[in-house]
Design a protein around this ligand. Structure first.
Ligand SMILES: Cc1ncc(C[n+]2csc(CCOP(=O)(O)OP(=O)(O)O)c2C)c(N)n1
Ligand SMILES: [Mg+2]
Length: 382
């Protein structure tokens, strides 16, 4: 089995390894800052969803290291392609957090979400693995132009069962494309466990079939994620082609806010993994190195909280862009005639959906609560 790279110990039996070359003290603090910003965004988003202020939300609590660690290894001109699980990765590249929150609210934002070219961050991809060929294509184009940029795509263990994964891996292998396939193996694809997803012991070993190196890292260790990604990027830029990285971890939370994992897995399994979660673990590592203390920890958290609080205010001040936005940003050269027709039809037919109340429905506001009749009452009345 491919060996698993780990730098940060577990604070119990597994010892720390030395800080890898290329990460100075300021980098370690900055990486921690990124982890905390992602964590605060995620926790705040779950609360907003519970309050009905955004729609469904795919939380990533525990997977921050796979995101921040890998991104920190990239150069600014490298393209990254997130799935829904890395939905807020763009905020580490200058995408306003309010724009990402607005996306979860179902709003396009004032400009119709962000332009991927501005930040070299692909659109948040909900359809499993369809962004992998895009990531390969962008890196192949860069290589063809003689540009230094590489690309990186994040996806899950479940995505490795999709045709797009195999097509993207194969193309990248054949054409030595400078791209990194970063698989977050959290061992669950909604209710499908790893054992039912694939017959290989690891995801990393799949790389051999496409003629590229496969690496396996502790996905709860942000520094191991950084190191593997940096090595893969160095290799890619030197003409060595693509790599597959498997970040092995565990999905500590439900698949999303509409999911209840108690229905399909033993939730006590989480207890074996919880102490490895990356924010606390990185904090412990920095303290053992003597570069983290309570004051610094509090100021980083407060700063992140205030940034996300501002983003919530901005998001809630945005106007609903209207249904007509459906026809924007599809073609760069304006709207074709059939889009004009469709838009006209929408203007004539669309109206706000009628909201039908459910449950007890009081009559005119007389203050007489007994006037309320439930569906059950109505059924009984025939
Ligand atoms: C093409 C496609 N098929 C099915 C789905 C429904 N779906 C949403 S998430 C998911 C599971 C993905 O699991 P995994 O790749 O392990 O990623 P994780 O959610 O664990 O991050 C599925 C099947 C989808 N979004 N797109
Ligand atoms: Mg998964």
């Amino acid at each position: 089995m491919t060996e698993m790279l780990r730098i940060i110990g577990d604070g119990r039996e597994i010892p720390d390894a030395p800080v890898p070359d290329g990460l100075a003290e300021k980098d370690l603090i900055e990486l921690y800052r990124w982890l905390v910003l992602l964590r605060v965004f995620d926790e705040r988003s779950v609360a907003l969803q519970r309050q009905g202020r955004i729609g469904t939300y795919a939380l990533y609590w525990g997977e921050e290291g796979t995101q921040a660690g890998a991104l920190y290894a990239c150069e600014d001109h490298d393209w990254v392609f997130p799935s829904y699980r890395q939905n807020s990765i763009g905020i580490l590249r200058g995408v306003p957090a309010s724009t990402v929150l607005a996306w979860w609210r179902g709003y396009g934002g004032d400009l119709g979400f962000y332009n991927p070219r501005d930040h070299r961050v692909g659109p948040i991809c909900v359809s499993i693995a369809t962004h992998l060929p895009h990531a390969v294509g962008v890196a192949w184009a860069a290589k063809t132009r003689g540009d230094r940029a590489a690309s990186l795509s994040w996806f899950g263990d479940g995505a490795t069962s999709e045709g797009d994964f195999h097509e993207a891996m194969n193309f990248a292998g054949v054409w030595h494309v400078p791209t990194i396939f970063f698989c977050v193996n959290n061992q669950w694809a909604i209710s499908t466990p790893y054992k039912k997803q694939t017959a290989t012991d690891t995801i990393a070993e799949k790389a051999a079939a496409y003629g590229m190196p496969g690496m396996r890292v502790d996905g709860f260790d942000p520094i191991a994620c950084w190191k593997a990604t940096r090595e893969a990027l160095d290799r890619a830029r030197a003409g060595g082609g693509p790599s597959l990285i498997e970040a092995y971890c565990y999905r500590l939370m439900p698949h999303g806010t509409a999911d209840d994992p108690r229905l399909y897995r033993d939730e006590s399994e989480k207890d074996r993994w919880m102490h490895l979660e990356p924010v606390g673990r990185m904090n412990g590592f920095l303290r053992r190195l003597g570069i983290m203390n309570d004051d610094l920890e509090a100021s980083i958290r407060d700063e992140a909280k205030s940034e996300i609080a501002d983003a919530v205010t901005q998001m809630e001040a945005m106007k609903h862009p209207g249904q007509e936005i459906l026809f924007d940003h599809t073609y760069s050269s304006g709207r074709p005639w059939n889009f004009d027709e469709g838009l006209e039809e929408l203007r004539h037919t669309a109206r706000a959906p009628e909201v039908k109340p459910v449950g007890p429905q009081p009559g005119p506001d007389t203050g007489d609560v007994s006037a309320g009749r439930t569906d059950k009452d109505r059924l009984q009345e025939g």
